[in-house]
Design a protein around this ligand. Sequence first.
Ligand code: NDP
Length: 248
Amino acid sequence: DANPLDGQVALVTGASSGIGEATAKALADAGASVGLAARRESELQAVADDIESAGGEALVVPTDVTEESQVESMIDTTASELGGLDILVNNAGVMLLEAVADADTDNWRQMVEVNLLGLMSATKTALPVMKENGGGHVVNVSSIAGRMSMATGSGYNATKFGVNGFTEAFRKEVTDDGIRTTIIEPGLVDTELADHIPDEDIQAETEEWVDSIEPLTGEDIARSIRFAVSQPQHVSINEMLIRPTQQE
Ligand code: NDP
């Protein structure tokens, strides 16, 4: 089926760059109308323009996922403007790598608020809309860092392990509601994620690592998400770990 998501509405957070941008485009290409959420409105508009030029439908929903009221209006606006909500991709995230000894606790707080609490409140707010529609699919972008920790990962690992724990608990609560969950665990993907690492040495090491192997692209992850959300309703792909072939 060339357009397995025809007639469906998807919402992607962190759609202004990287994995989120590629995922929004892939879901639009599969036929979904797509809400685009993140803070940078001009980047979202550029993604929407690309989707519309390719014949798809997109809605820009500027949102800071750390503000609960903005998360609520993100869901409400998408559902009312696009006609429901079938697929929520919680992808917005930041990776502020620091050793525990050197960590700025404001960076920990930001990671918890974006990567974990933002995802949790978006899931909670989407739930009644999905229940009313008779089903839905929540895709949570975790990481390989949600399964194994690394030195300097402290805060980031804590949020991604948290995403996995939250998602599995949520899955058990909604099996009777026709709601599916998928945890996506990418390995190294070449995006803007490392640009925000506060520690210069750790940022330089991360960039060297990206240059030392052939990393994944946002599109590589988007294909897996498209696959997971295009399965028949009785099939629930709950977890996908995707590494670059050269990653240890
Ligand atoms: P990018 O930095 O390219 O994308 C991050 C996205 O999150 C941006 O669209 C950004 O938009 C958005 N975002 C950040 N803070 C907020 C906020 N407060 N409110 C709303 N949106 C926000 O990196 P990636 O594409 O790599 O990251 C996407 C996800 O993939 C993250 O959850 C990351 O942890 C995960 N991941 C990435 C890996 C990698 O190697 N790159 C590996 C494993 C997982 P804006 O700034 O406009 O708000």
